[in-house]
Design a protein around this ligand. Structure first.
Ligand code: GLN
Length: 484
C-alpha cells in the first residue's frame, strides 16, 4: 500500500517506529495530487511549502519523543476554517483575497500536534449546497465517477479523502455537509453533538447548527481525530464545558444488547431501492453482531426540511451581513455608500447565497417573524423532542445518510427544492443537535458508494462510534478504492 493510501493509525505506528519520515508521506500525497487533482478538483489551494516546513518540525518532535496522534500526518481542511496567513475563501468571490489574521481552534489544536496541512478544500459557497456546484470557482468531482458530484458542502474534503489526496480531512456540517459527501464518496464522516467541537474560526453560516467534524478512511481515525479537535474552548460561547471523551476504550467493544432504532419515517417514497436494500442489510449485520433492532417513530420528520430552510437562512442572512466591501475581501466602488454595498454584494455573492439571504431576511422581517422564524423554532423543539423520546427506547438510530447515491452534474441545479431534498435524512440531526456518523455500507450496481447513518444521544459519540466500528470491522466496504 502506498503511504498516501494509509490511515492515521497505520502511519502513526510507522512514524513512531521511525520506519518512515513525515516528508515521505508528503511526497506520496503530493505525487497523488499531481496525478489526479486535475480530474478531482478537491482543493482550492494546496499548501506544499508550509506542509514541508511543518514536516521538519514534526520530524524533530518524533526524534525527541514528543509525538502526538497527528504529528507528521497530512490533513486537508475545508476552506471555511480560518488558517492564519493562508487564504480562506469559503469558495466565495466575496472572500477571494481573505487571509485570516488568526487560526481557528480546530486547526490550532492540530498545529500544536505538528499536523501537516495539505491544502484548503473546495466547497459550496459559504457551505450552502449539497454538491459543490455552488463553489464560485469550480465544482469538485466524485472520485468514483467524475461525471457525478461528490456531495456537499464539504465535497472537496470528502473527495480528497476518497481519492487518497490526503490522509484525513475536516469538514463542517450545518444540515448534512459532512455526512452526505462522506456517503456519496464512500468515506467516514461524523457530525459531533452541537457544542462538542469549537466553532471559533469557522466562518459562520447558521450558528445554531454549524459543527466541525472529521472525514476519514476508517471509523477509528474519525474517533481519534475527534478527540484532537473536540472539547471545551473558552473562545466559543456555545462550546460545551466538557472534555471530549477518549474513545480508545470504546472502539472494539462488542455491541451485544445494543438497541438500534429504525425510524419508519426514514424509509419512505423517494428513497432509492438500492440504498434501501443496503441500509436494511446493514441493520441485519448489526443484528447478527448482537444488536437489537427496535422500530421507532420520529413523527415530525416531514417538517424538518422546511424548518431548516427557515432557521438556516435566517441565521445566514444575519451572519453574511458583514460582507459589505468595507471590512473584507471583494469590493466594487459606487457613487455613494449604499451603491457600493449593493454593487459589492451583487457581484460578490453567487445565486444560491443571494437566494438564502433574501429568504432569511424575509423570514425575519417584521410581520413575518412570528409566522416563519418563531414557528420554525417551535417545530425545532418538536423535532428535538422526537429524538429525546426515541432515545428513551434505543441507544442509537440507524438510517440511510442520503436518499440516493451521487447524482450527475447539473441534475438538480435547476430545481433548488430537489437539491434541498438530498439532505432530508441529515437535517433533523442538526436541528436536534445530536451527533451522527456516515460510513460505507454498500455500493449500487453503477459502482457508486452508499452510506449508513448512525445517530446518537447528545454527547454520546461513544455509542455511535462503537456501533460504527463494529459494523465496519465485520464488512469490507471501506476497503474498496475508486479506480481513478
Ligand atoms: N445542503 C444543506 C444546505 O445547503 C446543508 C449544508 C451544510 O450542512 N453546510 O444548507
Amino acid at each position: 500500500m502506498k503511504l498516501n493510501e494509509m490511515t492515521i493509525t497505520g502511519l502513526r505506528k510507522m512514524l513512531d517506529k521511525r520506519e518512515i519520515r513525515p516528508s515521505e508521506i508528503l511526497d506520496a500525497v503530493y505525487a497523488r495530487i499531481e496525478a489526479v487533482e486535475n480530474k478531482v478538483q478537491a482543493y482550492l489551494i494546496t499548501t506544499k511549502d508550509e506542509a514541508y516546513k511543518s514536516a521538519k518540525e514534526a520530524e524533530s518532535a518524533i526524534m525527541e519523543n514528543r509525538a502526538s496522534l497527528l504529528t507528521g500526518i497530512p490533513v486537508a481542511v475545508k476552506d471555511n476554517m480560518c488558517t492564519k496567513g493562508i487564504l480562506t475563501t469559503c469558495a466565495s468571490k466575496i472572500l477571494y483575497n481573505f487571509i485570516p489574521p488568526y487560526e481557528s481552534t480546530v486547526t490550532e489544536r492540530m498545529k500544536t500536534q505538528h499536523y501537516l496541512l495539505t491544502g484548503k478544500t473546495n466547497m459550496d459557497e459559504f457551505a450552502m449546497g449539497s454538491s459543490t456546484e455552488n463553489s464560485a470557482y469550480y465544482p469538485s468531482k466524485n472520485p468514483w465517477d467524475t461525471g457525478c458530484v461528490p456531495g456537499g458542502s464539504s465535497g472537496g474534503s470528502a473527495a480528497a479523502v476518497a481519492a487518497d489526496e490526503c490522509i484525513a480531512a475536516l469538514g463542517s456540517d450545518t444540515g448534512g455537509s459532512i455526512r452526505q459527501p462522506a456517503s456519496l464518496c464512500g468515506v467516514v464522516g461524523l457530525k459531533p453533538t452541537y457544542g462538542a467541537v469549537s466553532r471559533y474560526g469557522l466562518v459562520a453560516f447558521a450558528s445554531s447548527l454549524d459543527q466541525i467534524g472529521p472525514l476519514t478512511k476508517t471509523v477509528e481515525d474519525t474517533a481519534l481525530l475527534l478527540k484532537v479537535i473536540g472539547g471545551h474552548d473558552p473562545k466559543d460561547s456555545t462550546s460545551a464545558p466538557a472534555e471530549m471523551t477518549d474513545f480508545a476504550g470504546v472502539i472494539g467493544q462488542d455491541i451485544k444488547g445494543m438497541r438500534i432504532g429504525i425510524p419508519k419515517e426514514y424509509f419512505i417514497g423517494g428513497l432509492d431501492s438500492e440504498v434501501e436494500a443496503s441500509v436494511k442489510n446493514a441493520i441485519k449485520k448489526l443484528e447478527s453482531l448482537g444488536a437489537i433492532p427496535v422500530e421507532i417513530s420520529l413523527p415530525h420528520t416531514e417538517y424538518a426540511v422546511a424548518t431548516y430552510y427557515v432557521i438556516a437562512t435566517s441565521e445566514a442572512s444575519s451572519n453574511l451581513a458583514r460582507y459589505d466591501g468595507v471590512k473584507y475581501g471583494f469590493r466594487r466602488d459606487g457613487k455613494d455608500l449604499l451603491d457600493m454595498y449593493m454593487k459589492t454584494r451583487a457581484e460578490g455573492f453567487g445565486p444560491e447565497v443571494k437566494r438564502r439571504i433574501m429568504l432569511g431576511t424575509f423570514a425575519l422581517s417584521s410581520g413575518y417573524y412570528d409566522a416563519y422564524y418563531r414557528k420554525a423554532q417551535q417545530v425545532r423543539t418538536l423535532l428535538k423532542n422526537d429524538f429525546d423520546k426515541a432515545f428513551e427506547q434505543v441507544d442509537v438510530i440507524a438510517t440511510p445518510t442520503a436518499p440516493t447515491v451521487a447524482f450527475r452534474f447539473g441534475e438538480k441545479t435547476t430545481d433548488p427544492l430537489q437539491m434541498y431534498l438530498s439532505d432530508i435524512f441529515t437535517i433533523s440531526i442538526n436541528l436536534a443537535g445530536v451527533p451522527a456518523i456516515s460510513l460505507p455500507c454498500g455500493f449500487a450496481v453503477n459502482g457508486l458508494p452508499i452510506g449508513l447513518q448512525l445517530i446518537g444521544k447528545h454527547f454520546d459519540e461513544a455509542s455511535v462510534l462503537k456501533a460504527a466500528y463494529a459494523f465496519e470491522q465485520s464488512t469490507e466496504w471501506h476497503k474498496r478504492k475508486p479506480g481513478l
